[in-house]
Structures are given as structure tokens and as C-alpha cells.
Design a protein around this ligand. Structure first.
Ligand SMILES: Nc1ncnc2c1ncn2[C@@H]1O[C@H](COP(=O)(O)OP(=O)(O)OP(=O)(O)O)[C@@H](O)[C@H]1O
Length: 309
């Protein structure tokens, strides 16, 4: 559905997109995950031909995307990072206005606006002006305006930033529902939990490049870490620490403030082996946690820095 090839965008001497390559298939919820400044919004703006770029090719629905590609644009719904609605119009009028940009038939429009209101849970707020809505409800209105015409492709740029948990869940459920109804979705975020929860495939972005692309499982298999064991309230001698380092699959051990963190590659019985060793040496310990790697670990291992700010 979308092909981005070798996309380069510079702002003066700053390279915001550095030969970005992406391939997005019909039916996906495709996540662009990256820290602030990694180039997600720039990529979206180039994709929508809102921003000129220096090099590269963008094709949507098999056709080259240009600023005047209205035949392509009519099938795209956009929910931008900054809320863009009219303060002097009510909730209903706002959604109706955006719908009217695509749908001229009044009857059909009324039906679509009612559906969008229901969909984002704003039916009871239809007469309210946007200024009276809470931050979360305002975001939901922003979404309703972007999706009301039922586009084939929906692009959402960080729609849950600074949103309360209730609205966030509503938004995430809504995105999955839109996808079930047939829309392909591109979703940018710097929240790895959200992206893991809803996206069928993810491109991890850093410094304007997609440094890894795949399903959550595929991304996690790209790194050495298969399991992380955390043990609290433990006292170890340097010898004992060295023995733990030698256990099978262990490749990194850190020990500070009586907290032990062991990184292991995937393998059966990793935790059992560690616990058996501690027991055999009569070493006391507190809480034990065994965690699977997160997308933050993927980012950390590939870039050497944390995904979180
Ligand atoms: N109009 C602009 N002029 C100059 N530099 C810009 C402009 N827009 C973005 N940049 C820079 O380009 C880089 C990529 O920014 P972009 O907004 O695309 O990142 P992002 O991943 O969307 O970040 P965020 O999550 O903060 O929105 C950043 O270093 C940013 O400072």
C-alpha cells in the first residue's frame, strides 16, 4: 500500500530523514516507534506531500504521491499530533465540516457524522464547543474529524500524547476497530507499550532511519537478550558473581545496591539454573523477577541508548 524508498529530508544542515525505507502492506496497523526527534513526524509530513524532501520516492496505493495527488488524498485520513479543530464550531459541526470535504451527499454525511460521534464516544457532547472539552475528549474529537469519511488509509501521529488512561484506552480500542473494519493504519508513538499492544508490524526509528522492522516477536529475536532476571536484596561475593556470570546463557551481569540483574540469551530453565545455584551456595535473596525483553531492550541493544526519555 505504501512504499518509501531512500527518503532524505534535511532542515539546513540537520538530516531529519536519512535514507528511510518503509514498506507498508494493506490491512496492517504499522507502528513507527522512536524517541523524540527521530523523524516520525517528518516522515508523515513527507508521506502526505505536505513537506518537500531532498531525495527518495514515495508511492501510495501504487501511485507516486505528489502535492496535488487528490485522488490519493481522498482515501487518506489524518490525525495530526496537534489538535486542529475550529473553536467556534460545536463538536458536531466540526466533524460535519471535515466530512463535507470528502462527502457532498447530505444524507450520507449525516450518517457518517453520527457514526463517528458514536465511535469516539462523543455523542453526548455534540453541542459543546471544543474549548469546553477535556484534553482526552478533544483528542477524540480530533480523531473523529480525521476518520469520519472512512478512509482506506489512516495516519495517526502520536494521538495519545498527554491523554488520560481512559481516553487512551478508548483511542487504542478505536484504532483496532477501524483496522477490523478495513482501514490500514500508520501509527507513530514513542510509547513502546502502545505500539506493542496494537501494531501488527513496527519500524523502530532512530536519527531518521528505520533501524529495525518487523513484528514484535521478530524484533525481539533480533537481539541477544532473551530473558532478564532481576533479584532484590541479595549479597554476593566477587567469586559468587563470577560463578553466576559463567552459568549457561548468561552474558551480562550487573550488581549494585544489593540488586542483581542478569541478562541471558534465550534458553530453557534459565531461571531455575540461577535459583539452584543460589540455593546450593546458601545465598539469601528477596524478590525475583524474570522478564522477557521489551522493545526498549531492542532499541537499547541496537543503539546503545534508552528509548524512553
Ligand atoms: N521545521 C523544522 N525546522 C528545523 N528542524 C526541524 C523542523 N522540524 C523538525 N526538525 C528537526 O528534525 C528532527 C526530526 O523531527 P521530527 O519532529 O520529525 O521527530 P519526531 O520523531 O516526530 O519527534 P517527536 O516525537 O518529538 O514529534 C528533529 O531533530 C527536529 O528538531
Amino acid at each position: 500500500m505504501i512504499q518509501i524508498e531512500n527518503l532524505v529530508k534535511r532542515y539546513g544542515s540537520l538530516v531529519a530523514l536519512d535514507h528511510l525505507n518503509l514498506n507498508i502492506e494493506e490491512g496492517e496497523i504499522f507502528g513507527l516507534l522512536g524517541p523524540n526527534g527521530s523523524g516520525k513526524t517528518t516522515a508523515i509530513n513527507c508521506l502526505l506531500a505536505l513537506l518537500r524532501y531532498d531525495k527518495g520516492d514515495i508511492r501510495i496505493f501504487g501511485k507516486p504521491m505528489k502535492p496535488n495527488s487528490y485522488d490519493i488524498k481522498k482515501d487518506i485520513g489524518v490525525v495530526m499530533q496537534n489538535v486542529a479543530v475550529f473553536d467556534l464550531m460545536s463538536v458536531y459541526e466540526n466533524i460535519d465540516y471535515f466530512c463535507g470535504l470528502y462527502v457532498t451527499n447530505k444524507k450520507k454525511r449525516k450518517l457518517l457524522v453520527e457514526e463517528a460521534l458514536e465511535f469516539v464516544g462523543l455523542s453526548d457532547y455534540r453541542k459543546m464547543r471544543p474549548k469546553k472539552l477535556s484534553g482526552g475528549l478533544l483528542r477524540r474529537l480530533n480523531i473523529a474529524c480525521g476518520i469520519v469519511h472512512k478512509p482506506k488509509l489512516i495516519i495517526m501521529d502520536e494521538p495519545t500524547v498527554a491523554v488520560d488512561p481512559q481516553s487512551r484506552n478508548k483511542i487504542l480500542e478505536g484504532i483496532m476497530e477501524l483496522n477490523r473494519q478495513g482501514s490500514t493504519i500508520i501509527y507513530t508513538s514513542h510509547y513502546m507499550e502502545e505500539v506493542e499492544q496494537i501494531c501488527s508490524r513496527i519500524a523502530i526509528m532512530d536519527k531518521g532511519r528505520a533501524i529495525a522492522t518487523g513484528t514484535t516477536e521478530e524484533l525481539k529475536k533480533m537481539i541477544k537478550t532473551g530473558e532478564i532476571i532481576l533479584i532484590d536484596a541479595i549479597s554476593l561475593t566477587p567469586d559468587e558473581l563470577a560463578r553466576i556470570q559463567e552459568l549457561p546463557h548468561v552474558y551480562d551481569v550487573s550488581y549494585t545496591d544489593h540488586k542483581l540483574k542478569i541478562k541471558l540469551s534465550s534458553g530453557k530453565h534459565n531461571l531455575v539454573r540461577v535459583l539452584e545455584y543460589l540455593q546450593s551456595e546458601d545465598i539469601y535473596f528477596g524478590r525475583v523477577l524474570s522478564e522477557l525483553p521489551t522493545l526498549n531492550d531492542v532499541f537499547l541493544e541496537i543503539t546503545g541508548k534508552e528509548l524512553r526519555d
